[in-house]
Design a protein around this ligand. Structure first.
Ligand SMILES: NC(=O)c1ccc[n+]([C@@H]2O[C@H](COP(=O)([O-])OP(=O)(O)OC[C@H]3O[C@@H](n4cnc5c(N)ncnc54)[C@H](O)[C@@H]3O)[C@@H](O)[C@H]2O)c1
Length: 596
């Protein structure tokens, strides 16, 4: 018969524990909330009241419900208070010996039929379970941060967990309004195994001054639609906890160098910069525990560069190319009031590009986003040409031709001869080294990357790629132009994948490897990332949209440039591409799209 859970215990009321108490108490369970000392108990109580008070202030919880919730929580110091609960979930710091000690003690204190659960993110549930005399009643219940908000729970069964315990815990998750995925005991389970390599990589980028904290975070939010940037997420998780998780994953997960914690994390932990909980991590917060970021000495002073920063006046822009990106970019510039010269390789192509821009602008009119007059004015600002010579008097050129280095180099050599001095020459390449293109000209200081995202009229982000030869003036000009286009620009160095693709594609590749290893299904992995981390799409949904061939090409470039063994393309990805399963565009990728 299924167990009835009426009262549960939570051990440790830090970032996760306090949230877990809230989840249980909100759903009508009595909770015994346990800490190690009176002072820690008070902090835990403050975590809980802070969170429920915020929920009341935001209108998400009625005051009476908050009071009822709080009345269901009994606070205590020491594990003895857990004698009569039906289930205990432990959320103390991520140390195996500490957790084993607590489980041995819980085994002694709790009634024989009680289920003992751990919220560990990366430690072996099996190793924790053998500290008790009831390993068949030990299970992982991995909540996501913030526990009251995130829908996902990973239920971790070991080889000895009884199936009735798994069933009862799954039923409990449903009662809590959570979606569970049940998996076996592997370091990082699904979500953290895919998340922490990415987070560590983002810290490494910041540590190497490849880009600023604001730019790394903005890039992932605006380029991928993630709810938070990686550095803000590190602050939410807690740098001490993140360090322990990475360290455990490194040791348990095959010593993948990508999980070896970036040295900066350890330094920050030692310095007491633990993230939100200590009031300072990558960002500075109003006070410890507050989610509100306040400016500090690293906050950029002016959001938009002015002409005084060396930005050159830009009024007329050339766009070279006739593909999807060129078409979108022409529209973006024309709508923002720039005079645009579109150059293609022939009158026929120009007519097609013109038609495509018209169609897209018309869609804007139909959707009520653009007036007819503005559409006509935008179109009136574009000149259609098949001769590069027409770029002689533009102030900026944006190249968006085929992704082949030889073609781009030849084009830049021609632009160098045709364009007037002082013009910024930009390439939209997503994978080629910008410096190679720059060195095809006699003016590498004026060459940079302007990496727009597809569809350009919609995606709010542009990566400005600065080579080792790019001048400050050229960068300032690009930033000023992006601001006038209404885009958020982030500045980064000339490395394969820039910010977004370098952080995104290895994660997608890791998801393919996880599927290949049969650890979980595509559906559960997609669910885990959407419901556990708030991603707008799961990795397999996204791969099918992006195109598996595109993903493979980017992943190959990253691997070739960085020689990181963990970046080697997953064999399954290679096989699917060879088999012609390219995603939505070919009707089949990880999923079959023909019948939908
Ligand atoms: N932070 C996250 O985003 C996150 C997400 C999911 C899971 N987890 C996991 O949850 C667990 C807790 O992480 P956290 O981030 O909440 O840590 P935390 O440092 O914020 O909180 C840990 C709490 O445990 C208390 N504690 C320590 N020893 C104790 C003992 N002997 N008895 C009772 N309480 C004790 C501490 O006083 C502290 O309040 C870890 O296993 C972590 O991996 C964390």
């Amino acid at each position: 018969m299924a167990r009835e859970f009426t009262s549960v215990g939570v051990v440790g009321l830090g970032t996760m524990g306090a949230g877990i108490v809230e989840v249980f108490a909100r759903n009508g369970l009595d909770v015994v909330a346990v800490e190690i000392s009176d002072a820690a108990l008070e902090r835990g109580r403050a975590n809980l009241t802070g969170s429920t008070d915020r929920a009341v202030a935001r209108g998400k919880l009625a005051e009476a419900d908050r009071d009822a919730l709080m009345s269901r929580v009994h606070f205590a110091v020491g594990l003895d208070a857990l004698r009569s609960v039906d289930l205990v979930i432990e959320a103390v710091p991520e140390h195996l010996d500490l957790k084993q000690r607590i489980f041995a003690e819980l085994d002694r204190v709790c009634k024989p039929e009680a289920i003992l659960a751990t919220n560990t993110s990366s430690l072996s549930v099996t190793e924790i379970s053998v500290a008790t005399t009831r390993p068949n009643q030990v299970i992982g219940i991995h909540f996501f941060n913030p526990a009251p908000v995130m829908k996902l729970v990973e239920v971790v069964r070991t080889v000895v967990t009884s199936s009735d315990v798994v069933d009862d815990v799954e039923a409990l998750c449903a009662r809590l309004g959570k979606v569970d995925v049940t998996i076996s005991d592997r370091a990082g389970f699904i979500a953290n195994a895919l998340l922490f390599g990415y987070l560590n990589h983002a810290v490494t980028m910041f540590e190497a001054r490849y880009a600023s904290r604001e730019d790394i975070d903005a890039a992932m939010k605006l380029g991928c639609g993630l709810p938070m940037g990686p550095l803000a997420l590190m602050d939410l998780i807690g740098l001490d906890t993140a360090y322990e998780i990475l360290d455990t994953m490194y040791r348990r997960g095959g010593r993948d160098r990508r999980h070896a914690p970036a040295p900066l994390i350890k330094q920050m932990v030692t310095a007491g910069l633990l993230g939100r909980k200590s009031g300072r991590g990558f960002y500075t917060y109003e006070r410890p525990g507050s989610p509100k970021v306040v400016p500090d000495e690293h906050t950029p002073v002016a959001a938009e560069p002015a002409l005084t920063d060396g930005a050159r006046a830009t009024a007329k822009v050339g766009v070279v190319g006739s593909g999807t990106m060129a078409i979108g970019i022409i529209e973006v510039f024309a709508k923002a009031g720039y005079e645009v010269v579109s150059v293609t390789r022939g009158a026929e192509k120009s007519a097609k590009v013109c038609e495509a821009v018209k169609t897209s602008l018309n869609k804007g009119v139909v959707r009520g986003k653009l007036s007819e007059a503005d559409r006509d004015a935008a179109l009136g600002r574009v000149t259609w040409s098949a001769a590069l010579e027409h770029l002689a008097d533009v102030d900026l050129v944006v190249e968006a031709v085929v992704e082949e280095l030889s073609v781009k180099k030849a084009l830049f050599a021609s632009l160098d001869e045709i364009c007037k001095p002082g013009v910024v020459l930009a390439t939209t390449t997503s994978s080629l080294p910008v410096i190679d293109v720059a060195m095809a000209t006699q003016r590498p200081a004026d060459v940079l990357g302007l990496h727009f995202f597809n569809p350009a009229p919609i995606m709010p982000l542009v990566e400005i790629v600065r080579t080792i030869r790019t001048s400050g003036e050229a960068t300032a000009t690009a930033r000023a132009v992006c601001a006038r286009l209404g885009k958020t620009s982030v500045v980064c160095g000339d490395r394969s994948g820039f910010i977004v693709n370098a952080l995104l594609f290895p994660y997608l590749n890791d998801a393919v490897r996880m599927l290949e290893a049969n650890y979980s299904t595509a559906d559960d992995i997609d669910h885990a990332m959407k419901l556990g981390c708030g991603y707008p799409m799961g990795p397999f949904e996204l791969l099918d949209v992006v195109g598996l061939d595109v993903a493979l090409a980017i992943q190959r470039e990253l691997y070739l440039e960085l020689r990181e063994p963990g970046f080697a393309p997953a064999p399954l990805l290679e096989h699917l591409v060879t088999a012609g399963y390219l995603g939505r565009k070919s009707g089949r990728g990880f999923r079959d799209h023909t019948s939908r």
